[in-house]
Design a protein around this ligand. Structure first.
Ligand code: RBZ
Ligand code: NIO
Length: 361
């Protein structure tokens, strides 16, 4: 299923991109006056291979939840059971993601890909547990390559299902205590930046804990043969990318990578959230760089690794509100902006049609 998805991914359509750029310039507004929103509209035309692109609506949010063996290293101030407790909170509608999703009119699906507890069946819960949390990435591989592939495929299955139900925009959220540590390791591996530059304070840690977290990320790269002085950088081939994802990622990162790959394959745009979704996007891009053409950066998280991620993927975030929550919250806030950008391509009159005089050249 992974191979089939990868085989279906196409880069942005150059003709649709050119048509969208030309169309933008004929609309009744000064050229460039909508700033980054113009880029979003053009980007989605390229992704869809059509100008104007289809409206990215309705959207669907999938929150991928999993636990992390590295939690045992004291990298998060929160107890691990908060992951499963927050899954229950998502399912009963009480989390921030639920409030923002309700505001944006987006339905929420929660996917257990590796929570360290059994979950009762519930409406809105998809059970695709790979294991009861990953192994400690600072002592060896967090998962086997086979587990990483199964998690990627869980993300693909969920995205396929949402698209089959009519979703025309995909949003990936995350829940997993300690997952900013795995995110930092992935970001360091895929961007080549030093762990000290891309490891942040997650849910809020003091200076000593932050120091330990950086050391843990450094150990993780070292023990898994992913330090930057290794002969084969992680982005060098799809099989190396997969090995790196398995070594230092989480089940939710792998599932989010699969979810993004499936969006790209189906030509359904994906709005990225914060550093966890960003780390998943880096893995997806390492498997096929054309994937990024189908992504929009919803926001920039306060985590330093997220800025490095967006730079590496050459994505410009739509929102920068110093948020650092995850769950898909930043992407949910951006969804109406992405819709507005595309609607402009459909609805705004051209100078000719509206009889508005253009400025002399
Ligand atoms: C109540 C609560 C709700 C959350 N919603 C998202 N996260 C976010 O924080 C976690 C990552 O931060 P760290 O690596 O520092 O543990 C993830 O679960 C992420 O989704 C939450 C965290 C908490 C505590
Ligand atoms: O960037 C994020 O999404 C993020 C940052 C800190 C904690 N949880 C999520």
């Amino acid at each position: 299923m992974l191979a089939e998805t990868l085989a279906a991914i196409r880069p942005a359509d150059q003709r649709a991109l050119a048509e969208a750029r030309a169309h933008q310039d004929r609309l009744t507004k000064p050229r460039g006056s909508l700033g980054a929103l113009e880029d979003v509209a053009i980007r989605l035309a390229g992704a869809a291979g059509a100008c104007p692109p289809p409206m990215p609506s309705p959207a669907a949010l999938a929150i991928f939840a999993a636990d992390h063996g590295v939690h045992a290293r004291g990298v998060s101030p929160w107890p691990q059971e908060v992951t499963v407790q927050m899954v229950a909170n998502f399912l009963s509608g009480g989390a921030v993601a639920n409030a923002f999703a309700a505001q944006a009119g987006v339905p929420v699906t929660v996917v257990d890909v590796g929570v360290a507890a059994d979950l009762p069946d519930a409406p809105g819960l998809v059970k695709r547990k790979i294991a009861y949390g990953t192994a400690d990435l600072s002592r060896g591989p967090a998962m086997t390559v086979d587990q990483a592939v199964r998690a990627l495929e869980a993300g693909i299955v969920v995205a396929r299902g949402l698209v089959a139900e009519g979703a025309r925009c995909l949003i990936a959220g995350d829940m997993g205590i300690a997952n900013t540590t795995a995110s930092a390791a992935l970001v360091s591996v895929f961007t080549g930046k030093d762990p000290a530059e891309v490891t942040g304070r997650g849910t809020g840690i003091d200076d000593d804990t932050h120091k330990r977290k950086v050391a843990v990320v450094r150990e993780a790269l070292h023990v898994n043969g992913l330090s930057h002085d290794e002969p084969q950088p992680a982005g060098s081939s799809p099989s190396e990318a997969l090995r790196a994802l398995a070594a230092v990622g989480g089940f939710e990162h792998a599932a989010i990578a699969g979810f993004i790959l499936c969006g790209a394959a189906a030509r359904v745009p994906v709005i990225l959230d914060g550093v966890i979704a960003g780390a998943g996007a880096l893995a997806a891009a390492a498997l096929d760089p054309a994937t990024t053409d189908h992504c929009v950066a919803g926001h920039r998280s306060a985590e330093p690794g997220h800025a490095a991620t967006l730079d590496h993927l050459r994505l410009r975030p739509l929102i920068d509100l110093e948020m650092r929550l995850g769950e898909g919250t930043g992407a949910l806030l951006a969804h109406p902006m992405v819709c507005a950008a595309v609607r402009m391509m459909h609805d705004v009159a051209t100078f000719d049609a509206a009889g508005v005089t253009e400025k002399p050249v």
